[in-house]
Write a protein that binds this ligand. Structure first.
Ligand SMILES: [Zn+2]
Length: 537
């Protein structure tokens, strides 16, 4: 019933281990699909310093295949188990890898051999391990994703904190099922088994429970956010770092076991929900609604009982700052839970996006994500919507090896553009439509443009010499009274500009026909009219 293989090779040459468990020895996506089973993907060790899920998953699989009374857990579910996702980080083994965590005695390291955090890599897909994972996900289209971690942060009594994407980024029926059936059942059952559990805890002031806690929508770069954009529910499991290792592993074991029990009962519903969500996201009905690209926490909250420990806030004579000193005395606090979110930054979805062929790094990512597109056989001039960027600021330090944007303002424009032969046209009538929008719309923090894939478009590449521009600017002012007014206004409003002779000459340059009309222009086009799209086929 157990098939061991790998789903790729790490940069240091290790197998990325994959364990498939199926009662009828169906070990391929095709044979499992034919059997009617749902596929539960369990991954552990994406952060190799948090190995609880590796041991819990192996124990659970051992018990299922050796204990007859547990074998009905495979009646309607096939398990895809990744015991160690970050396999190179796992071999950076030692006792000093997790300063806040109580065991095991030794553990792996958080990041990959190239120091990338795989749980920030789902959208940009830079790490070879992640590319292999997404390929596996495309092949299997798992019905449910459990991702096992150990948390940092505040101290409290709960062994397990958890998170599912029930705050606005999943299709509605799937959200309702996840909240009202799945989470409700497993959290109550864990409680009965004396495993205290609670929603993932993020305090508004990160160390201070009295500030209240906030729910959030996971971005695409995180496992659960990515699964939601692929129309699949899941569970983030975070064991509490100050519980001993045995307690954490057993807590993870029970959480996975409860999930398996429920999926065996709910398999038909889950399969239907997933199928419907795929169809809906690729439909005209979905495209005709405006899509939120971001979410905001509302001001109204509910009071919840939070099982913490007594603590005091102490002024530190060492640093001058405050620190939280926890006691060993359990205490139940009544705290505000801000668990209502609303969508913001809405966009009108196109019928298709179009991208010229030179942005090959982006096109490679489309292939990785299993996003379908077709290629223009000859150049085409068409009306598109796109974005013109302004006030672009880069972050001062890199993030996950990339130079991200700190600030990006833009105006939506409509214009005629010629796209060369080889341009790719990404139609939105596919199950990945929401992911596509999140990767291409600049208002999405997950967009390629925000991750720095298009940074070169923000660089001015031609410059005027002062001996040319000084003369030309005078001529322009003499001819154009409006330009003179605009110039005087700009100088009055912008002191830095007024004191920067180079900026002034460049401003005049930008008003000439010599100015680069590609600068700050998004190469991606949005085709809003289905007739224009049909003409390209
Ligand atoms: Zn983690």
């Amino acid at each position: 019933m157990v098939h061991y293989s790998n789903f790729g090779i790490s940069p240091q040459g290790r197998e990325l281990p994959l364990v498939i468990v199926d009662q009828h020895k169906n070990f391929s996506p095709e044979s499992v699909a034919k059997s009617g089973n749902v596929v539960m993907m369990i991954q552990a060790g994406i952060h190799a310093g948090e190995p609880d899920g590796k041991d819990a998953g192996l124990m659970l699989i051992r018990d299922i295949i050796t204990k007859k009374e547990m074998q009905n857990l495979l009646d309607h579910v096939t398990i895809l188990f990744i015991p160690i996702f970050n396999v190179d980080g796992h071999e950076r083994f030692g006792p000093y890898n997790r300063i806040n965590q109580d065991g095991p005695k030794e553990m792996g390291w958080r990041t990959t051999a190239t120091n990338l955090n795989l749980n920030r890599d789902y959208g940009k897909a830079d790490a070879p391990e992640m590319k292999a994972w997404i390929k596996l996900f495309n092949n299997w289209s798992p019905d449910f994703l459990a991702d096992c971690h150990t948390t940092d942060g505040a101290h409290y009594q709960y062994i397990i904190t958890y998170s599912s994407e029930i705050f606005g980024n999943m299709e509605k029926d799937m959200t309702d099922w996840t909240r009202d059936v799945y989470l409700k059942t497993i959290t109550e059952n864990l409680e009965k088994k004396k495993i205290p559990n609670f929603p993932y805890i993020e305090f508004r002031d990160w160390s201070d429970p009295s500030s209240g806690m906030e729910a959030f929508v996971s971005p695409c770069m995180l496992s659960q956010g990515y699964a939601a954009l692929r129309n699949r529910p899941g569970l983030l499991i975070e064991t509490h770092m100050l519980k001993d290792y045995r307690t954490r592993v057993l807590g993870t074991y029970q959480t996975l076991l409860e999930t398996l029990l429920l999926l065996n009962k709910e398999f038909a519903t889950l399969r239907r929900l997933n199928k419907n969500a795929d169809a809906y996201i690729g439909s005209k009905e979905f495209r005709d609604k405006e899509l939120p690209l971001d979410f905001e926490t509302l001001k109204d909250s509910t009071l919840v009982e939070f099982k913490g420990f007594e603590y005091e806030r102490v002024k530190s004579e060492l640093t001058g700052g405050d620190w939280i000193k926890y006691s060993k005395i359990p205490k139940t606090y009544s705290i505000a839970y801000f668990d209502k979110l609303k969508g913001i930054s809405f966009t009108k979805l196109p019928e298709a996006y179009i991208l010229p062929p030179e942005w090959s790094e982006v096109i490679q990512r489309l292939d990785i994500h299993g996003i379908k597109y077709f290629t223009l056989g000859k150049s085409a001039t068409l009306t598109i919507n796109s974005y013109k960027f302004r006030d672009v600021k880069l972050r001062e330090s890199s993030f996950e090896g990339r130079q991200l944007l700190r600030k990006l303002n833009f105006d939506e424009i409509t214009e005629q553009r010629t796209y060369p032969s080889g341009s790719v046209v990404i139609e939105m009538n596919q199950a990945t439509a929401k992911l596509i929008a999140y990767l291409f719309e600049p208002a999405s923090s997950d967009a390629f443009v925000n991750w720095g894939f298009f940074n070169a478009i923000f660089e001015q590449k031609e410059y005027s010499e002062s001996y040319v521009m000084e003369v030309m600017a005078r001529e322009m002012l003499a001819k154009d009274e409006n330009l003179r007014i605009a110039f005087e206004k700009k100088k009055a409003e912008d002191k830095d500009f007024a004191n920067n002779s180079y900026a002034i000459l460049n401003w005049f340059y930008s008003k000439t026909p010599y100015w680069d009309n590609h600068l700050n222009m998004y190469p991606v086009g949005k085709i809003l009219d289905s007739k224009i799209l049909d003409n390209l086929k």
